[in-house]
Design a protein around this ligand. Structure first.
Ligand code: V47
Ligand code: SF4
Length: 358
């Protein structure tokens, strides 16, 4: 029996696959067979349901003291195009989102050299006061570490103040590839992979859910990707605090990663499928259409993906790096994408409570 068939047999028996098995899958040429295995695992957990949510992204500032080589979004404070939104502008964007029926704000930004921690606390508190029903999913572990440095407080204290001001969960950014070799090449100033995991563990301990991402398609090897997945799976075994895993396909324009070409459709689908098979303790694998493109994101629904993010409305990080996807989708466009893939669309809130079936 081939290594691939042995893996299928073990997955069918409900067994967990190893890192070595995941590498066998990466090196296997039969994309459809990998997809079918992932689809089978997904069907067991989620049936034909594909979740989507109605959300809005707000990137309050692109000023950043770091210079990650893959990031076309960040600017120095003196650079042309550097911006920081005034609180009133942020409130206006949130009011638009509420009026459009959004249930979630997704908010991340650069590490601004001058904004005090109070800016973020006030932002959360006023947003929540104006929009009590809008769930605020905000900040990466990288920003949480920065707030701790700014204030001299512990991670736990920072999280507790953000939570009291209105933070309800966290997105999965800043993980990139967790291993040191790759981080030294693409984001040497960013917190280490160990620190990212330590902060997310504290996030889960304080009762907040988060997501996890993986930025792929730059300088990393398959081994680096599998090591990343393995570290996430181990943390999830300890905390159960991750909701969704989101592989982010690297967009190369305006970036400074030497030799990186971006991600092929085959690589994107393989990576989504292998994530589903390897991360047996993650209920949700999310296709982020902004980075994948709409067509690949739709086909991903046959490769183990059960979640399509989202209406988005205004996206900067991927589009500054040349993403060719639209800026926004409306509810009907999401419904259509899911239905044409033969799946059952269900609108969810941030915590995966079902709001509406169609
Ligand atoms: O951490 C930066 C990535 C992330 C590029 O949790 C890039 O629901 C591709 O984390 N090409 C932020 N990716 C986005 C993010 C996210 C997005 C959607 C949903 C959720 C969620 C999280 O974007 C950063 C970084 O990994 N990124 N530059 C680029 N050129
Ligand atoms: Fe700054 Fe985040 Fe961009 Fe890195 S990825 S330069 S930390 S905004």
């Amino acid at each position: 029996m081939s290594r691939f068939d042995q893996i299928v047999e073990r997955v069918d028996a409900g067994e967990r696959i190893s890192g070595e098995d995941a590498l066998v899958l990466y090196n296997h040429q039969d994309l459809l067979a990998i997809g079918e295995l992932a689809a089978k695992m997904n069907r067991r957990q989620n049936g034909d349901t594909v979740y989507f949510n109605v959300n809005r992204h707000i990137n309050y500032t692109n000023a950043c003291v770091n210079r990650c080589t893959f990031c076309a979004f960040s600017k120095g404070v003196e650079d042309e195009g550097c911006y920081t939104l005034a609180l009133n502008d942020i409130l206006a964007k949130a009011a638009e989102a509420t009026a459009a029926g959004a249930t979630e704000l997704h908010m991340v930004g650069g590490l601004h050299p001058d904004l005090p921690f109070d800016f973020y606390l006030e932002m959360l508190a006023t947003l929540k006061a104006d929009n009590p029903d809008l769930h605020i999913k905000a900040f990466t572990a990288v920003e949480i570490d920065y707030f701790a440095q700014l204030t001299g407080q512990s991670i736990e204290q920072v999280l507790s103040e953000l939570k009291a001001a209105g933070l309800e969960s966290m997105p999965g950014g800043g993980a990139e590839i967790l291993g040191r070799r790759v981080r030294d090449l693409i984001c040497p100033e960013k917190i280490s992979g160990e620190r990212w995991l330590e902060i997310i563990e504290a996030v889960h301990r304080c009762g907040l859910k988060s997501n996890a991402t993986m930025l792929f398609g730059h300088v990393e090897s398959y081994e680096d990707r599998v090591d990343h997945l393995d570290q996430l799976r181990q943390l999830q075994d300890r905390t159960g605090g991750f909701q969704a895993f989101i592989p982010l396909a690297f967009q190369p324009d305006n970036t400074r990663v030497p030799g990186a070409k971006g991600v092929s459709g085959v690589d994107a689908l393989k990576t989504l499928a292998i994530s589903r098979i390897f991360l047996d303790n993650f209920r949700h694998i999310k296709a982020y259409w902004v980075m994948l493109g709409l067509k690949t994101a739709q086909v991903a629904l046959a490769f183990g993906v059960n979640d399509l993010d989202g209406t988005v409305i205004e996206e900067k990080i991927g589009h500054d790096a040349g993403a060719e996807s639209p800026q926004a989708l409306d509810r009907d466009q999401l419904l259509n994408l899911i239905r044409i893939a033969g799946k059952k669309p269900v609108e969810r809130n941030t915590l995966y409570e079902e709001l509406r079936s169609f």
